[in-house]
Ligand binder design. Structure first.
Ligand SMILES: Nc1ncnc2c1ncn2[C@@H]1O[C@H](COP(=O)(O)OP(=O)(O)OP(=O)(O)O)[C@@H](O)[C@H]1O
Ligand SMILES: [Mg+2]
Length: 230
Protein backbone atom coordinates (compact mmCIF):
# COMPACT_ATOMS: atom_id res chain seq x y z
CA UNK A 1 0.00 0.00 0.00
CA UNK A 2 1.20 3.46 -0.83
CA UNK A 3 1.31 6.05 1.92
CA UNK A 4 0.77 9.68 1.09
CA UNK A 5 3.78 10.85 3.05
CA UNK A 6 6.08 8.29 1.47
CA UNK A 7 8.69 9.85 -0.80
CA UNK A 8 8.37 8.88 -4.43
CA UNK A 9 11.39 8.66 -6.70
CA UNK A 10 11.31 10.99 -9.70
CA UNK A 11 14.74 10.00 -11.08
CA UNK A 12 16.22 6.53 -10.81
CA UNK A 13 19.52 5.76 -12.53
CA UNK A 14 21.21 2.38 -12.39
CA UNK A 15 24.71 1.39 -13.40
CA UNK A 16 25.39 4.58 -15.33
CA UNK A 17 28.67 4.47 -17.17
CA UNK A 18 30.01 7.11 -19.54
CA UNK A 19 33.08 6.59 -21.65
CA UNK A 20 34.47 9.36 -23.85
CA UNK A 21 36.51 8.14 -26.79
CA UNK A 22 38.74 10.32 -28.89
CA UNK A 23 41.34 9.10 -31.42
CA UNK A 24 43.99 8.88 -28.75
CA UNK A 25 42.24 8.29 -25.46
CA UNK A 26 39.43 6.41 -23.82
CA UNK A 27 38.25 8.15 -20.68
CA UNK A 28 35.79 6.69 -18.20
CA UNK A 29 34.04 9.76 -16.81
CA UNK A 30 31.41 7.79 -14.86
CA UNK A 31 31.44 4.20 -13.72
CA UNK A 32 28.43 2.26 -12.49
CA UNK A 33 26.68 5.16 -10.80
CA UNK A 34 23.43 4.38 -8.98
CA UNK A 35 21.33 7.32 -7.96
CA UNK A 36 17.77 7.90 -6.90
CA UNK A 37 16.17 11.33 -6.40
CA UNK A 38 12.79 11.77 -4.74
CA UNK A 39 10.08 14.14 -5.95
CA UNK A 40 10.56 17.51 -4.30
CA UNK A 41 14.16 16.88 -3.27
CA UNK A 42 16.82 19.57 -3.53
CA UNK A 43 20.02 17.64 -4.18
CA UNK A 44 23.48 19.19 -4.21
CA UNK A 45 26.16 17.33 -6.18
CA UNK A 46 29.70 18.12 -5.05
CA UNK A 47 33.14 16.86 -6.04
CA UNK A 48 36.48 18.02 -7.38
CA UNK A 49 36.95 19.43 -10.88
CA UNK A 50 36.85 16.66 -13.47
CA UNK A 51 35.13 14.15 -11.15
CA UNK A 52 32.15 13.76 -13.51
CA UNK A 53 29.47 16.13 -12.14
CA UNK A 54 28.54 17.81 -15.44
CA UNK A 55 28.61 14.45 -17.21
CA UNK A 56 26.20 12.99 -14.64
CA UNK A 57 23.80 15.96 -14.92
CA UNK A 58 23.83 15.79 -18.74
CA UNK A 59 22.86 12.11 -18.66
CA UNK A 60 20.13 12.54 -16.02
CA UNK A 61 18.66 15.46 -18.00
CA UNK A 62 18.69 13.50 -21.27
CA UNK A 63 21.17 15.85 -22.96
CA UNK A 64 23.56 12.99 -23.55
CA UNK A 65 23.20 9.23 -23.69
CA UNK A 66 25.09 6.90 -21.35
CA UNK A 67 27.56 4.31 -22.69
CA UNK A 68 25.77 1.85 -20.40
CA UNK A 69 23.09 1.83 -17.74
CA UNK A 70 19.52 3.05 -17.50
CA UNK A 71 17.68 6.15 -16.38
CA UNK A 72 14.00 6.35 -15.52
CA UNK A 73 12.18 9.61 -14.91
CA UNK A 74 8.70 9.23 -13.44
CA UNK A 75 9.06 5.54 -14.27
CA UNK A 76 9.77 6.16 -17.96
CA UNK A 77 13.05 4.86 -19.41
CA UNK A 78 14.52 7.95 -21.08
CA UNK A 79 17.62 6.13 -22.37
CA UNK A 80 15.31 4.31 -24.80
CA UNK A 81 13.54 7.32 -26.28
CA UNK A 82 14.18 8.49 -29.84
CA UNK A 83 15.93 11.86 -30.32
CA UNK A 84 12.60 13.54 -31.06
CA UNK A 85 10.83 12.03 -28.07
CA UNK A 86 13.76 12.88 -25.81
CA UNK A 87 13.72 16.51 -27.01
CA UNK A 88 10.02 16.75 -26.31
CA UNK A 89 10.49 15.18 -22.89
CA UNK A 90 13.22 17.72 -22.01
CA UNK A 91 11.12 20.67 -23.13
CA UNK A 92 8.07 19.51 -21.18
CA UNK A 93 9.66 18.40 -17.94
CA UNK A 94 13.11 19.90 -17.42
CA UNK A 95 15.05 23.13 -17.21
CA UNK A 96 18.84 23.22 -17.45
CA UNK A 97 21.18 25.94 -16.20
CA UNK A 98 24.45 25.31 -18.04
CA UNK A 99 27.84 25.83 -16.42
CA UNK A 100 28.86 27.72 -19.58
CA UNK A 101 25.44 29.48 -19.94
CA UNK A 102 24.80 28.40 -23.61
CA UNK A 103 22.94 31.61 -24.45
CA UNK A 104 22.12 32.53 -28.05
CA UNK A 105 24.60 35.24 -29.04
CA UNK A 106 22.27 36.86 -31.58
CA UNK A 107 19.35 37.19 -29.15
CA UNK A 108 19.09 39.77 -26.38
CA UNK A 109 18.44 38.85 -22.72
CA UNK A 110 14.65 39.07 -23.03
CA UNK A 111 14.58 36.96 -26.23
CA UNK A 112 16.92 34.36 -24.72
CA UNK A 113 14.66 33.95 -21.68
CA UNK A 114 11.44 33.94 -23.75
CA UNK A 115 12.84 31.35 -26.19
CA UNK A 116 11.58 28.15 -24.45
CA UNK A 117 8.06 29.60 -24.45
CA UNK A 118 8.32 30.44 -28.16
CA UNK A 119 9.15 26.79 -28.83
CA UNK A 120 6.01 25.90 -26.87
CA UNK A 121 3.89 28.19 -29.03
CA UNK A 122 3.13 30.83 -26.38
CA UNK A 123 2.17 34.23 -27.87
CA UNK A 124 4.84 36.90 -28.14
CA UNK A 125 3.15 39.32 -25.73
CA UNK A 126 2.66 36.64 -23.08
CA UNK A 127 6.18 35.22 -23.31
CA UNK A 128 7.80 38.66 -23.28
CA UNK A 129 5.78 39.67 -20.26
CA UNK A 130 6.83 36.54 -18.36
CA UNK A 131 10.46 36.89 -19.40
CA UNK A 132 10.53 40.54 -18.31
CA UNK A 133 9.04 39.66 -14.90
CA UNK A 134 11.65 36.96 -14.19
CA UNK A 135 14.55 39.11 -15.40
CA UNK A 136 13.37 41.99 -13.20
CA UNK A 137 13.19 39.65 -10.21
CA UNK A 138 16.78 38.57 -10.89
CA UNK A 139 17.96 42.18 -11.00
CA UNK A 140 18.29 42.57 -14.78
CA UNK A 141 15.55 45.13 -15.52
CA UNK A 142 18.13 47.46 -17.08
CA UNK A 143 19.58 44.80 -19.36
CA UNK A 144 16.59 43.33 -21.22
CA UNK A 145 17.85 44.46 -24.62
CA UNK A 146 21.50 43.53 -24.13
CA UNK A 147 23.11 40.72 -26.09
CA UNK A 148 25.17 38.16 -24.10
CA UNK A 149 28.42 39.80 -25.30
CA UNK A 150 27.25 43.05 -23.70
CA UNK A 151 26.64 41.41 -20.30
CA UNK A 152 29.03 40.46 -17.50
CA UNK A 153 29.56 36.78 -16.63
CA UNK A 154 27.27 37.06 -13.60
CA UNK A 155 24.57 38.79 -15.66
CA UNK A 156 24.77 36.07 -18.34
CA UNK A 157 24.49 33.47 -15.59
CA UNK A 158 21.30 35.10 -14.31
CA UNK A 159 19.84 35.20 -17.85
CA UNK A 160 20.53 31.48 -18.14
CA UNK A 161 18.84 30.87 -14.75
CA UNK A 162 15.79 32.87 -15.88
CA UNK A 163 15.61 30.87 -19.14
CA UNK A 164 15.63 27.57 -17.22
CA UNK A 165 12.91 28.76 -14.82
CA UNK A 166 10.46 30.32 -17.28
CA UNK A 167 8.68 27.09 -18.20
CA UNK A 168 8.24 26.17 -14.50
CA UNK A 169 9.86 22.76 -15.06
CA UNK A 170 9.15 19.74 -12.90
CA UNK A 171 12.90 19.12 -12.57
CA UNK A 172 15.52 21.86 -12.61
CA UNK A 173 19.16 20.96 -13.32
CA UNK A 174 21.59 23.67 -12.24
CA UNK A 175 25.30 23.26 -13.02
CA UNK A 176 27.25 25.67 -10.78
CA UNK A 177 24.43 28.24 -10.93
CA UNK A 178 26.30 30.66 -8.67
CA UNK A 179 29.82 30.05 -10.01
CA UNK A 180 30.09 33.55 -11.49
CA UNK A 181 28.20 35.49 -8.85
CA UNK A 182 29.34 37.56 -5.86
CA UNK A 183 28.23 36.11 -2.55
CA UNK A 184 25.27 38.50 -2.04
CA UNK A 185 23.81 37.79 -5.51
CA UNK A 186 24.57 34.07 -5.07
CA UNK A 187 22.53 33.94 -1.87
CA UNK A 188 19.65 35.83 -3.56
CA UNK A 189 19.64 33.24 -6.37
CA UNK A 190 19.70 30.43 -3.80
CA UNK A 191 16.72 31.98 -1.99
CA UNK A 192 14.86 31.97 -5.32
CA UNK A 193 15.75 28.30 -5.98
CA UNK A 194 14.70 27.41 -2.40
CA UNK A 195 11.36 29.16 -2.97
CA UNK A 196 10.81 27.17 -6.19
CA UNK A 197 11.64 23.96 -4.36
CA UNK A 198 9.47 24.59 -1.29
CA UNK A 199 6.51 26.44 -2.78
CA UNK A 200 6.22 24.90 -6.25
CA UNK A 201 7.63 21.50 -5.36
CA UNK A 202 10.27 21.73 -8.11
CA UNK A 203 12.82 18.92 -7.83
CA UNK A 204 16.29 20.49 -8.06
CA UNK A 205 19.67 18.91 -8.84
CA UNK A 206 22.46 21.42 -8.37
CA UNK A 207 26.21 21.09 -8.85
CA UNK A 208 28.37 23.30 -6.66
CA UNK A 209 31.86 23.32 -5.21
CA UNK A 210 30.85 25.86 -2.56
CA UNK A 211 29.78 24.25 0.72
CA UNK A 212 27.95 27.43 1.81
CA UNK A 213 25.78 27.02 -1.32
CA UNK A 214 25.38 23.23 -0.85
CA UNK A 215 23.80 23.99 2.56
CA UNK A 216 20.64 25.18 0.80
CA UNK A 217 20.05 21.62 -0.45
CA UNK A 218 18.18 18.93 1.44
CA UNK A 219 20.83 16.31 0.58
CA UNK A 220 24.43 16.34 -0.61
CA UNK A 221 25.88 13.70 -2.95
CA UNK A 222 29.64 13.53 -3.47
CA UNK A 223 31.16 12.34 -6.74
CA UNK A 224 34.75 11.13 -6.75
CA UNK A 225 36.52 9.86 -9.86
CA UNK A 226 33.28 9.13 -11.67
CA UNK A 227 31.74 7.25 -8.75
CA UNK A 228 29.35 8.09 -5.93
CA UNK A 229 31.40 8.42 -2.73
CA UNK A 230 30.02 6.43 0.18
N1 LIG B 1 32.95 15.59 -24.45
C1 LIG B 1 33.99 15.09 -23.80
N2 LIG B 1 34.98 14.43 -24.46
C2 LIG B 1 36.03 13.89 -23.79
N3 LIG B 1 36.18 13.95 -22.46
C3 LIG B 1 35.23 14.58 -21.75
C4 LIG B 1 34.10 15.20 -22.38
N4 LIG B 1 33.32 15.75 -21.41
C5 LIG B 1 33.95 15.53 -20.24
N5 LIG B 1 35.10 14.82 -20.43
C6 LIG B 1 36.01 14.34 -19.38
O1 LIG B 1 35.25 13.65 -18.39
C7 LIG B 1 35.70 13.96 -17.08
C8 LIG B 1 34.56 14.53 -16.26
O2 LIG B 1 34.20 15.80 -16.80
P1 LIG B 1 33.02 16.68 -16.19
O3 LIG B 1 32.83 17.83 -17.08
O4 LIG B 1 31.85 15.80 -15.93
O5 LIG B 1 33.67 17.13 -14.79
P2 LIG B 1 33.08 18.10 -13.65
O6 LIG B 1 33.03 17.31 -12.39
O7 LIG B 1 31.83 18.73 -14.12
O8 LIG B 1 34.26 19.19 -13.52
P3 LIG B 1 34.19 20.78 -13.24
O9 LIG B 1 33.98 20.93 -11.75
O10 LIG B 1 35.55 21.25 -13.64
O11 LIG B 1 33.09 21.37 -14.05
C9 LIG B 1 36.88 14.91 -17.25
O12 LIG B 1 38.07 14.18 -17.17
C10 LIG B 1 36.68 15.47 -18.64
O13 LIG B 1 37.91 15.81 -19.23
MG1 LIG C 1 31.32 20.68 -14.60
Amino acid sequence: MKHLNQAEPIIVARNLTMIFRTKKIRLKALSNVDISVDKGEFLAIVGTSGSGKTTLMSLLAGLDRPSAGRIAINGRGIHRLSEAALGQFRREHTGFIFQSFNLFETLNALENVAFPLMVKGVSKSERNEKARAILEKLGLAEHLNHKPSELSGGQQQRVSIARAMITEPEILFADEPTGNLDSKTAHEIMDELTRLNRQQGTTILMVTHDMAIAKYATRVLRIEDGMVAQ
